[in-house]
Design a protein around this ligand. Sequence first.
Ligand code: UDP
Length: 317
Amino acid sequence: MKRVLITGAAGFLGSHLCDRFIKEGFHVIGMDNLITGNIKNIEHLFPLPQFEYYHHDCSKYVHVPGELDYILHFASPASPIDYLKMPIQTLKVGSLAIHNLLGLAKAKGSRLIIASTSEVYGDPLVHPQPEEYWGNVNPIGPRGVYDEAKRFQEAMTMAYHTYHGLETRIVRIFNTYGPRMRTDDGRVLPAFFSQAIRGEGLTIFGDGSQTRSFCYVDDLVEGIYRLLMSDYTMPVNIGNPDEITIKQFAEEVLELVGNPKAHLVYRDLPTDDPKIRQPRITRAKEVLDWEPKVSRAEGMKRAYEYFKTVVKVPAEA
Ligand code: UDP
């Protein structure tokens, strides 16, 4: 049985990856320190003999006994409000932790994939964003702690690849959504669904003309799995190129939820909020024969089914 270590296992993406690797017949070691993860996301795996959970902060020395075929580094605060609250931990998990995990991969002969991000492109001056674009990042802005940690992580991973010949993969993840997102992580989709279900104002930051392109989690997991199993060592964008403004997106949520009390409200745009974002996915198509299959209409319906079960509606006064 092949053995895989997944950091950030109790998080949104980490937990879906645990499910996928269990389904593929792997022995999965999930690691998390639960600063943003939720143990409920992986509770259903605890009875399985092929699943182990290590409660550990991977910014500290990482010890895993036995063989390890693959390492997936998915631990990190990942939403703007989380990394604003935890700037130092965000920098550490993108730098100290990847150093530990690359060392572990070298010792065990494992193949390692890192979760990089569209944030390496910053507030992009090239649209849509191809992997060749170097980005437009403010290192000392509020998002710098995340963006620069992820950029360092790419540099460190590439250095281990070229200098030590380690097998590495880099996935640049664009906005992703689906079940197990935290309702309070501040990201736009959980915020809008929670507000619409509770009959509150959907908080549009700025005038809502900024764009994002949302990928359903199952499509993302498929892309990551294919990349890890491929021979390709350069970064690959995985995301859905279907671009939408945040205002249009709020209107779609309003229509889907159909709560007459819900409405749109406007708030200040956060500092350095990227104005546009859309992945160019030519490379993923060519190298992995991958493209997203779940439309936004279908994905949003599935996400709504999930948020209905977790959003608490206050009792009528
Ligand atoms: N946003 C918004 N209202 C919210 C939360 C976010 O209008 O309640 C906007 C945010 O300013 C950004 C976009 O939605 O332009 C996506 O934000 P998110 O935090 O989901 O992720 P980002 O892509 O910025 O990392």
